[in-house]
Every structure is written in structure tokens, then in C-alpha cells.
Design a protein around this ligand. Structure first.
Ligand code: NCD
Length: 267
């Protein structure tokens, strides 16, 4: 799973139903008992790393996590993948640069590649929305923050629309505004407000996201944030901690689908 492109609504809902079933089980099935997941993370990670690790462990699988690789010596991504597939049934990658096209004999999951995409975080986020609102329509979602460099926002935007949600954008500062659909008036009516930090490591000069959106939200709005937070969120609501916990169940469902092709060939 390198990208969210090509995922359909029914495929997402099927994944969410599996994640929910796994969440409700007292004891997870040991369905990945004989499988090994190799994780290569070139960029820092707290939630994505731990939740992939825990997801694999919950399903009885083994984890090999490497903090750096010979990419640092100039080895190509393709040679790196061919090496890892000698040891792995599934590979999870977090890269500094967009992953591009690679060939692999085993499934490769993109855990964030530069400012390009972060598919499993986007699925976690939509799972959190789906759990709250079910199949209700319409659902109004406003994305707020660094809409230029956030890889989560890049993965999330098309999926929200495929789910049938009404999507608006509220940039964190004028510099972040490269969306044609900017709409500040949508904020008070939003069912979901999705906040992202400024990707300070990707901007040539540091940019702060101004925390002007939250005071404008409805008290019943579901506030989401992939974390870590910067200046855009003055406190972390409980909904964001639920979003963090949901990441494990989504990644369990994704790992099962990748390794068993349970319902779709795209994952
Ligand atoms: C995000 C990431 O790494 O892209 N966090 C995450 O994976 N939960 C968000 C970010 O770094 O801003």
C-alpha cells in the first residue's frame, strides 16, 4: 500500500468493519503467527512506529525494526527492497523522499514518504470519523493547517471525498494557502475539524500555524490531529487520543489484508 489512490468506498468500509471487529475482540486472532514484518524508518516516528509494531504483535507476527539502512551509503531503494524481501513477508517504510515506483515480491506499506503520502494515517483518521458518524450524510469536514506539505492531508483529501464527505480547507497562515477551495465560513458548521501542524522540517523558513480555528468550532465537532502538535493546537482533546488508539486496529486490518488479500487486491 503505497498510496490511497484507487481505494473505493466499499473497500474502506470493509477495512473499517474488520478493524472494528478486531477492536471488539477480547483476544486478537493469531493470524500472522508465521509472518515477519520488517520496518525501515528513516524519519522520526512515535505513533506510526509503535502502532505498526503493536498491530503485528497483536496478530502473533514477528517484527524486525531497523533504524537506518545502507541507503545512507548510497544504496538504491530498489536494492534495499530486494534485500528486505529476503527476510520479510511485509515491509513497512518511512522515507525522507517520495517512494516512487518500486518492485517487490512482498507487500510494501508506505508509513509516510516525505511530504507525499501517509495512507494508513489517513485510513485511521477516516475510521475515527466513521466510528463517530457511521454512514450518516452529509458530513462536513474542514482541513486546517499545513495543507501544502502535510503527507497526511495529501492522502486524506481524496479519501474523504470518496467517502462522500463535504470537504473544506482552512489554511493555517496565508503562506499555507495553496488550496483554491479555502472556506473559513465552513468552520462553525463542520462535523469534523482536522488539524495539522506546520511541517517545519520541509519549509525553507519555519512557519507557525496560527491556532485560530478551534475557538470557531462547534462544541460537538470531532477534532482530529495526527500529532505531533505544534502551535496550532493549544490542548489535545480526547478524540485525538482515540484517534491514536484507532491506529493499531486499522494497521491490524491493513496487515491482514496485505498478507491474506482478504477482500481487495489494492492493499
Ligand atoms: C504525521 C506524519 O508523520 O506524517 N504523524 C503521524 O504519522 N501520526 C504528522 C506530522 O508529522 O505532522
Amino acid at each position: 500500500m503505497l498510496s490511497t489512490r484507487g481505494l473505493s468506498r466499499s473497500e474502506m468500509v470493509s477495512l473499517f468493519e474488520r478493524a472494528k471487529a478486531l477492536e471488539n475482540l477480547a483476544q486478537a486472532p493469531q493470524s500472522l503467527k508465521d509472518k515477519t514484518m520488517v520496518m525501515l524508518f528513516e524519519e522520526p516516528s512515535t505513533r506510526t512506529f509503535v502502532s505498526f509494531h503493536k498491530a503485528m504483535q497483536n496478530l502473533g507476527g514477528k517484527v524486525i525494526a531497523i533504524p537506518m539502512s545502507s541507503i545512507a551509503k548510497g544504496e538504491s531503494m530498489q536494492d534495499t527492497i530486494h534485500t528486505l524481501e529476503c527476510f520479510a513477508d511485509v515491509i513497512v517504510l518511512r522515507l525522507r523522499q517520495p517512494i516512487g515506483s518500486i518492485a517487490s515480491k512482498v507487500p510494501v506499506i508506505n508509513a509516510g514518504d516525505g511530504s507525499n503520502e501517509h495512507p494508513t494515517q489517513a485510513l485511521t483518521d477516516i475510521y475515527t470519523i466513521w466510528k463517530r458518524f457511521g454512514n450518516r450524510t452529509p458530513i462536513f469536514v474542514t482541513l486546517f493547517g499545513d495543507l501544502r506539505y502535510s503527507r497526511v492531508a495529501h492522502s486524506l483529501k481524496p479519501l474523504l471525498r470518496i467517502m462522500g464527505y463535504v470537504v473544506s480547507f482552512a489554511p493555517g497562515t496565508p503562506e499555507l494557502n495553496d488550496e483554491s477551495e479555502t472556506c473559513l465560513s465552513s468552520i462553525p458548521h463542520s462535523d469534523v475539524v482536522y488539524v495539522t501542524r506546520s511541517q517545519v522540517e520541509r519549509w525553507p523558513v519555519g512557519l507557525k500555524v496560527v491556532p485560530y480555528v478551534l475557538p470557531k468550532c462547534s462544541p460537538s465537532a470531532l477534532i482530529l490531529h495526527p500529532l505531533p502538535r505544534g502551535t496550532e493546537l493549544t490542548e489535545i482533546p480526547d478524540s485525538v487520543w482515540e484517534q491514536v488508539r484507532n491506529g493499531v486496529f486499522i494497521r491490524m486490518a491493513v496487515l491482514e489484508q496485505c498478507l491474506f488479500k482478504r477482500t481487495t487486491s489494492k492493499l
